[in-house]
Design a protein. Structure first.
Length: 152
């Protein structure tokens, strides 16, 4: 995992914890361990631009995933895509629900990785499967934010 965190946010984010969450999530998905992805922590303004450009929603969101699968010629590892998380949105959501910021970031990373690996929750059946798997992973990493995917 390549982690990109602006200097102003570095003291708020436990990078080693996010690396562990990424590894545990990929293992739960049956991945080989050679998969790579980029995680960028950003602000509401930046994620709103991305959300508008790629999804047509002109508002900030908490997490976006961009599938971009290719074999890295330098490492031989499979690059699966990019995840962008708004730290500002994560702070807002964690405050609203009384959770820690790190728990919110961990959950958003799990959610983003599930999307990168082809899961979705737009339809009821897909929602059930993705929600179940997200909760299994969150339990494994001792994250209390179970049932955190919104129903379609």
């Amino acid at each position: 995992m390549e982690l990109i965190i602006p200097v102003k946010y570095r003291k708020l984010v436990d990078a080693s914890r996010l690396a562990l969450v990424g590894t545990e999530t990929l293992q739960a998905l049956g991945k080989t361990g050679s998969e790579e992805f980029t995680l960028k922590i950003t602000d509401n303004k930046t994620i709103q631009k991305l959300n508008h450009a790629h999804r047509g929603f002109d508002e900030p969101t908490d997490v976006l995933s961009f599938e971009n699968e290719f074999l890295d010629p330098e490492t031989g590892n499979l690059f699966i895509g990019d995840i962008v998380i708004s730290l500002e949105k994560a702070q807002q959501q964690s405050a609203e629900h009384g959770n820690s910021l790190q728990a919110e970031l961990d959950m958003l990373l799990v959610h983003g990785l599930l999307h990168l690996c082809g899961m979705d929750h737009a339809e009821a059946a897909d929602f059930q499967e993705m929600s179940r798997l997200q909760d299994v992973i969150l339990k494994k990493i001792d994250n209390p934010l179970l049932g955190s995917i919104h129903e379609p």
